[in-house]
Ligand binder design. Structure first.
Ligand code: F6R
Length: 606
């Protein structure tokens, strides 16, 4: 959700800033901009559109400078146009911002009364004017501290100054910010991914921290202006995850990586000789856990619902699942021996982090299931379980979902084993079958041509429904989410048993209804619900691993037959055709696959 880059160097940095902005485009892609200090002046270039548009603009202006900041925007205040694009500059200062300033209209009113003239509709511009005002009476660092005191809301900031032209100031409250180190060059970035190609050594700012970068060093201050030290972390993620290779887009690459990702993740957690799951250091002794709360947003929330079904299947623990944006504002009561599990690909989702912070404040024990292990969520949690899927760049989450449910399952099985709530043979059977999941996923991927052909029939539909029961219910939700975010076509995910309580009214002749019905204990019931849809003219795409023919199969429009698998492992397989379906429909409609409209990868505003 918006991306920030800043570079303080001994050499010209405009090309490096542009290259980093391209990598950051997954966070926001409705406008982009860059400011440098050039011959003692702030030079600002920005435009609506993508970084490639900014690049064209900059070619015409021959931008140079050793100190610079850049930004890609995901609009919150003000339309995505050139004026609202960041940076926002005055004669004295230029600012890039991620987050939301909640009291911007009050501050703006005060500044307008003092004679400041605003150009944009953004909340960010108040920061530029506040610093400019403060600079009249104080030095650059004090002017930033004073400005931050007035701001309510969340921010990560990158600031450069005309008069203090060898430095960049960064500040963090709520929105993540990292710095990176290289010889005679220092970096500021909204995430370590932006810095990864330039350095492997990074530090993370905590809430309230401010940093000052020059080409030679980085100084850190806490919110009381006290100088502080920061730990330097080594970045670990492999470089090849950041390239599309021979794939058309990141999403198709990430879908196709799933067999490897599953194998790798199982390798990380499973002792293959003892057939034992290696998870230790539980924040609460598993035998004492009285309740588990799973909290996340979007796709990760759907993974949590899958987790709830598994928890209930394998343990006697009470389970609650929450969308983070709801959880954080409910009147929650944290009790002893309740475990709070947060699931997130990025580890930077504002609502999920706020929910975690609330739990920590109330003394809860927490665990994070994350992809980006250097993220805020990881750093705040008592136990971190990485999903080991490599960088996920496509905005629509695919391999991360698979990794999230895999780690959830391993975690749940381990807890069930320690609590003696799962039979030894069931535990070992599931583990044995889990080790084969990757080969089943490969079979489904090998059959993607047939899903590509099916996709043709979805291009002009009015709307669709995705139905499932039990473990297939969250998969239906996830299938519908993937479908709507990529294809821009309406899709509803529903528990199949709920259809007759309302949504059946939507079904009309020819409406596509995707039914996920693996051969588990819900199979017959789901097929009955399917018949009710067929009777109203629904056009069924059945996703199932059933072996026998369905008696009324002539009414099923099309089928995707899945390989047979342990009844509790069906989510790993049924998810894949739904990802492919959304992908191919979007591709045929000519939509931007990796950057669907109005969305961003990392949702760092609430
Ligand atoms: C959908 C999608 C989003 C994310 C959600 C949470 O394809 O990617 O719904 O799952 O924004 O993001 P993370 O997992 O980074 O917390």
């Amino acid at each position: 959700m918006c991306g920030i880059i800043g570079i303080a160097s001994f050499k010209d940095i405009s090309k490096e800033i542009l290259a980093s902005l391209k990598k950051l485009e997954y966070r926001g892609y409705d406008s982009a901009g860059i400011s440098t200090i050039n011959n003692g002046e702030i030079v600002e270039n920005k435009c609506a559109g993508k970084v490639s548009d900014l690049e064209k603009l900059i070619k015409k202006t021959s931008l140079s400078g050793n100190i610079g900041i850049g930004h890609v925007r995901w609009a919150t205040h003000g339309a995505p146009n050139q004026i609202n694009a960041h940076p926002h500059s005055s004669d004295e200062v230029s600012v890039v911002h991620n987050g939301i300033i909640e009291n911007s209209s009050i501050i703006k009113k005060e500044l307008v009364e003092k004679g400041h003239v605003f150009k944009s509709q953004t909340d960010t511009e108040v920061i530029t004017h506040l610093i400019t005002e403060n600079l009249k009476k104080m030095n650059y660092l004090d002017s930033v501290f004073e400005t931050l005191k007035k701001l309510e809301g969340s921010f990560a900031l990158g600031i450069i100054f005309k008069k203090f032209n060898n430095l960049i100031v960064g500040a963090r409250r709520g929105s993540p910010l990292a710095v990176g180190y290289a010889d005679k060059e220092k970096y500021l970035g909204s995430d370590s991914y932006a810095l990864n190609s330039m350095t492997k050594e990074v530090s993370y700012l905590d809430d309230g921290d401010i940093c000052v970068l020059t080409k030679d060093k980085i100084d850190f201050f806490d919110k009381n202006k006290k100088k502080i030290e920061k730990k330097v972390h080594k970045l670990t993620q492999e470089k090849e995850s950041y390239s599309k290779g021979n794939f058309k887009d990141f999403m198709s690459k990430e879908i196709s990586e799933q067999p490897e990702v599953i194998k790798k993740c199982i390798n990380e957690y499973l002792d293959k000789i003892r057939k034992e799951i290696n998870i230790v250091n539980f924040p609460i002794d598993p035998k004492k856990i009285s309740k588990v709360n799973l909290i996340a947003c979007g796709t990760a929330y759907h993974a949590c619902i899958v987790g709830k079904y598994w928890f209930e299947e394998f343990t006697n623990i009470d389970v609650n699942v929450d969308v983070a944006s709801e959880f954080r504002y409910r009147n929650n009561k944290i009790k002893e021996n309740e475990l709070y599990i947060f699931v997130s690909q990025s580890g930077e989702t504002a609502d999920t982090i706020a929910a975690l912070e609330f739990c920590k404040k109330e003394g809860a024990k927490t665990c994070a299931i994350v992809n980006v292990t250097e993220s805020s969520l990881s750093r705040l949690s008592d136990l971190v379980l990485p999903i080991h899927v490599g960088a996920e760049i496509g905005v629509a989450s695919t391999k991360a979902f698979t990794g999230q449910i895999l780690v959830l399952l391993l975690f749940i099985l381990k807890i069930a084993k320690i609590r003696n709530e799962i039979k030894a043979d069931e535990y070992s059977n599931i583990i044995k079958d889990l080790e084969n999941v990757h080969s089943h996923v490969t079979l489904i991927l090998n059959n993607k041509k047939s899903i590509e052909e099916l996709a043709e029939d979805f291009i002009n539909i009015k709307g669709s429904m995705f139905l499932g029961r039990g473990l297939s219910y969250p998969i239906a939700l996830e299938g519908a989410l993937k479908f709507k975010e990529l294809t821009y076509l309406h899709a509803e995910g529903y528990p199949a048993g709920e259809m007759k309580h309302g949504p059946l009214a939507l079904v009309e002749n020819g409406m596509p209804v995707i039914v996920i019905a693996p051969k588990d204990r819900f199979y017959d019931k789901t097929i009955s619900n399917m018949q009710e849809v067929i009777a109203r003219g629904g056009k069924i795409l059945l996703i199932s691993d059933h072996a026998e023919e369905i008696t009324t199969s002539e009414n099923v429009w099309s089928e995707i037959r899945l390989p047979q698998i342990h009844k509790f492992l069906s989510p790993f397989l049924s998810t894949i055709p739904l990802q492919l379906l959304a992908y191919y429909v979007a591709l045929k409609k000519g939509n931007d696959i990796d950057k669907p409209r109005n969305l961003a990868k990392s949702v760092t505003v609430e």
